[in-house]
Design a protein around this ligand. Structure first.
Ligand code: ZN
Length: 267
């Protein structure tokens, strides 16, 4: 990155785009889809060029070429996690390990890609009662919380409650309180390989959550935070053998060996 050149972050908002097509409440709230509303808000925030991709497109809109040119991928899924191709999930995981940012939204806690990268069940408790959610900023100087008040409220949201079956995060940026009494770690950061990963809880499809200015600010901040401007790491799944004669310091081979010279390692 050269100084003086304004950098535009390329974000892709992936939406499964199912309830927008099948549920009138969701279709009326989000005529351009949740992915469309999120992409519009990100682009309006400045410094971000956001486009969309959906489950129904060939390769879910996430070809190798598309992902190679994507700085940060946002993922919203709920009813059709099982319809996402395992090959695309592995492709996304490779790109995250190579440095692409990934932001998981709401019910994407059960997305294949999130479970794949977390390695845990990612389960939680839930209730759909339109109750108030109050999000508290727990890491005041965190870039994802920049410009936010110390807490903000969403008048109607689905409840997600602890325990949340994820690995201990690097940082917890938000904790949510719900009217019914539950609490939830609602903004969590991870690093997987060279990729920055953020999970953000709000965003149930029957509520106008993605039109909330504080939510929009969180998402724009998160895209900027997740962007890794370094070139992608090449060969993230390679495990090369370093033969004796290529050792940096001279060594003499000794002891028994399992592998013949030049043979592949175990997988
Ligand atoms: Zn939901």
């Amino acid at each position: 990155m050269e100084w003086g050149i304004e950098m535009v972050i390329k974000a892709v908002v992936w939406g499964e785009n199912v309830h927008e097509q099948t549920n009138k409440v969701v279709a009326d709230l989000y005529p351009d889809g949740m992915h469309g509303a999120i992409a519009a808000a990100l682009t309006a925030a400045g410094g971000i060029e956001a486009t969309t991709a959906t489950l129904q497109e060939p390769e879910h809109g996430l070809t190798e070429e598309r992902l190679a040119g994507t700085d940060v991928l946002l993922w919203w899924g709920h009813a059709a996690h099982g319809e996402v191709s395992d090959a695309v999930v592995e492709r996304v995981a490779d790109q995250v390990n190579a440095g692409m940012g990934l932001i998981l939204l709401h019910s994407a806690h059960f997305a294949k890609i999130f479970k794949r990268l977390m390695g845990t069940p990612c389960n939680l408790t839930w209730r759909e009662a339109g109750e108030r959610e109050r999000l508290w900023v727990t890491s005041r100087n965190h870039p994802i919380a920049a410009g936010l008040p110390d807490h903000f409220e969403l008048e109607n949201e689905e409840m997600y409650g602890e325990p949340f079956g994820v690995p201990e995060p690097l940082e917890t940026v938000f904790i949510s309180w719900f009217q019914g009494g539950e609490v939830f770690r609602s903004g969590l950061t991870y690093k997987r390989g060279a990729g920055n990963v953020f999970y953000f809880r709000p965003g149930h499809e029957t509520y106008p959550t993605y039109f909330d200015v504080n939510v929009q600010r969180v998402l724009a901040n998160a895209v900027r935070w997740a962007h890794n401007p370094a070139p992608r790491v090449v060969g993230v799944n390679d495990a090369p053998n370093v033969p004796v004669e290529a050792a940096l310091e001279p060594i003499i081979e000794r002891g028994p060996r399992l592998h013949k010279s030049g043979e592949d390692g175990f997988r």
